[in-house]
Design a protein around this ligand. Structure first.
Ligand code: FAD
Length: 303
């Protein structure tokens, strides 16, 4: 019996709510932390090592991106997601999917709605991101027009269905906020890849809610050692490029020569930034490097 048997039985079919009417739930799970270890140790035979060794091995595998042992475990979920969010989700090609058919059945009568305090402005410095929330007065108006639009779109759809129009055609004007449901099965390696991308702050807020719930409520209790390593070596880790390393070395040398001590000012960073960025007014790579150095406490936080 797998070590996560009790967790699987406790979690199976438990619907964790996401957004206003979505959910994620565990349907099935094959494998546990030990399955990863067993696959990695195929040449030595299972059951010969202590638990602490298992943990070390899992941490080593994840740290060094030895990925195939993580493909030995698989997890199957049932998810209910608005179609715009699903469109991002389905880009992860390594999963097996069966989605609710709106050709075969009447579309799920539920649309994701936005409360007045949930509307977000366009980010000023990131074309793909959101900025500050809208004022409550503006949000109120957009929530009202959203409701009117969603009601009208559903009414039109229902009229077509009632008139006998084929479901496959009647659906063409349903908005992307309409919920869909799908079974989604994926191996643990690709699941962690999905979670790393979609729990990240660069992912859209809506899909981040799904990924965070999947990860923390379901994957973590099913694979506690893998999850710990994932947090340490992926989620909370930092990737330094050659240029980042050269900047850190240069800052240290300049600081030693000038008697300056960290944390350095942003001005000091800009004076000693990488030569590749110096002539550029805007550089995303420079901004990313600055962010990393702030997180490391090498450069002062922005005032
Ligand atoms: C913040 C963010 C913004 C994004 N913005 C955009 C956007 O503007 N436009 C857009 O189109 N997409 C966008 N995407 C989607 C992104 O480009 C990927 O398609 C998506 O994240 C899936 O990643 P993946 O291909 O690594 O994952 P999966 O499809 O799950 O694949 C997992 C891994 O398997 C391997 N693999 C899978 N299929 C193949 C293959 N056919 N050939 C070789 N290797 C394969 C790769 O190593 C891949 O990393 C965005 C994603 C994120 C997270």
């Amino acid at each position: 019996m797998s070590s996560n048997h009790a967790a699987v039985e406790q979690l199976r079919w438990q619907k964790f709510p996401v957004l206003d009417d979505g959910f994620v739930c565990l349907v099935d799970c094959m494998g546990d932390d030990a399955a990863v270890v067993q696959a990695a140790r195929v040449s030595y035979g299972a059951g010969t090592k202590k638990v602490s060794d298992d943990r070390s091995l899992i941490r080593y595998l994840l740290r060094h991106r030895h990925t195939t042992p993580f493909e030995m475990a698989e997890v199957k979920f049932l998810v209910r997601v608005p179609m715009d969010c699903w469109r991002q989700w389905i880009r992860h090609r390594t999963a097996n999917v069966n989605e609710y058919s709106t050709r075969y059945s009447v579309a799920i009568d539920s649309a994701q709605t936005t409360t007045p305090d949930e509307w977000r402005t366009q980010a000023a410095n990131n074309r793909q991101g959101s900025g500050d929330p809208l004022t409550p007065e503006m949000g109120e108006a957009f929530t009202q027009t959203e409701l009117e639009f969603q009601t009208a779109a559903r009414k039109l759809y229902q009229e077509r269905i009632d008139a006998g129009i084929a479901r496959e055609q009647a659906r063409k004007d349903l908005p992307l906020c309409t919920y869909t449901e799908a079974y989604w099965k994926i191996d643990l390696h690709n699941l962690l890849h999905f979670l790393a991308l979609r729990m990240d702050s660069h992912a859209q807020w809506e899909i981040r809610q799904y990924a965070t719930t999947l990860g923390e409520q379901i994957v973590k209790p099913l694979f506690p050692m893998v999850w710990e390593a994932f947090e340490d070596y992926r989620r909370q880790a930092m990737f330094l490029t050659r240029l980042d390393v050269e900047v850190i070395q240069s800052l240290q040398q300049q600081a030693a020569a000038g008697g300056v001590v960290p944390p350095f000012s942003e001005q000091f960073f800009l004076e000693h930034q990488h030569s590749e960025w110096k002539s550029l007014n805007r550089s995303r790579e420079r901004d990313e490097c600055l962010g990393k150095l702030r997180r490391l406490g090498i450069v002062k936080e922005a005032e």
